[in-house]
Design a binder for this molecule. Structure first.
Ligand SMILES: NC(=O)c1ccc[n+]([C@@H]2O[C@H](COP(=O)([O-])OP(=O)(O)OC[C@H]3O[C@@H](n4cnc5c(N)ncnc54)[C@H](OP(=O)(O)O)[C@@H]3O)[C@@H](O)[C@H]2O)c1
Length: 248
């Protein structure tokens, strides 16, 4: 395997203003990449940009706005002249028993985690072929072994796994495509998923891992940096989960 420096490369990270996306943005920026993050909240994007430093750009985009996807990629090329790495990170998880999951919940998760990811990738393929770039799709350990009440969220992430595998086949050898599947990572997603009760939920999340602790966005950032820079890895699913898989 050859290590490809990320220095000077342009990375687009969806949902990069907080949580795992911000952890990845910090790892990439720290290694010298030019980072562009997307999100729906101008204030959060501005705060993240400040944290990440001068070379960071932000693009306001709701990943469910599929008509807007080509415009996002065009903007990246306009700003930086190229797109080298696409990190499809933006995602949403609502953890509810199937009997309580509405069609609206189902659509929100599939439109964000699958439809939006598909559309942005579709728009980026031409540019990534030109730069011989790579794609990292953020999946989840739950794609392979989920918990009760995670059925729809886990199904979206199982879809991401298969999209990754087949895109890797289709796009090789020009573009590498990999999934990065975290276990429980301490981010605001738990507040959104459990009605603002993250503090109550986190002790249980920590205990669900063999390592007895949830991951951090920085843990996922380091793994993403590895996938972005090792040029002989494609079509893989890197599970980074503190041993969660063996506990559920
Ligand atoms: N945390 C975990 O335990 C865990 C485990 C496995 C996988 N994951 C996956 O990791 C990814 C990041 O999750 P996280 O834990 O960092 O969650 P988070 O803190 O809630 O962050 C989610 C990010 O996605 C963005 N996002 C959500 N809906 C969006 C939309 N419609 N358009 C644009 N951006 C949108 C959010 O941005 P705005 O709301 O500001 O627009 C936010 O930046 C997700 O794909 C999630 O499924 C998380």
């Amino acid at each position: 395997m050859a290590y490809e420096s990320i220095e000077g490369k342009t990375a687009l990270i969806t949902g990069g203003a907080q949580g795992i996306g911000l952890g990845i943005a910090e790892a990439f920026a720290g290694a010298g990449a030019s980072v562009i993050i997307t999100g729906r909240d101008v204030d959060k994007l501005g705060a993240a940009r400040e944290k990440l430093g001068g070379n960071t750009e932000t693009i306001l985009h709701d990943i469910r706005d599929v008509e807007g996807s080509p415009g996002v990629i065009n903007k990246v090329v306009e700003l930086r002249g190229a797109l080298d790495i696409l990190v499809n990170n933006a995602g949403v998880g609502l953890f509810k028993p199937v009997s309580e999951t509405t069609l609206g919940d189902f659509d929100l998760m599939f439109e964000t985690n699958v439809r939006g990811l598909f559309t942005l990738t579709n728009a980026a393929i031409g540019e990534l072929k030109r730069t011989r770039g790579n794609i990292i799709n953020i999946g989840s350990a739950s794609a392979k072994r989920g918990m009760k009440a995670w059925s729809v969220y886990s199904a979206t992430k199982a879809a991401v796994l298969m999209l990754t595998e087949l895109w890797a086949k289709e796009l090789a050898p020009d573009v590498r495509v990999n999934t990065l599947s975290p276990g429980g990572v301490d981010t605001p997603i738990f507040d959104k998923a459990f009605g603002g009760k993250k503090d109550e939920v986190m002790p249980r999340v920590h205990s669900q891992h063999l390592m007895k602790k949830a991951g951090t966005p920085a843990d996922i950032g380091r793994a993403a940096l590895y996938l972005a820079t090792e040029d002989w890895i494609t079509g893989t699913n890197m599970v980074i989960d503190g041993g969660l898989y063996h506990m559920i």
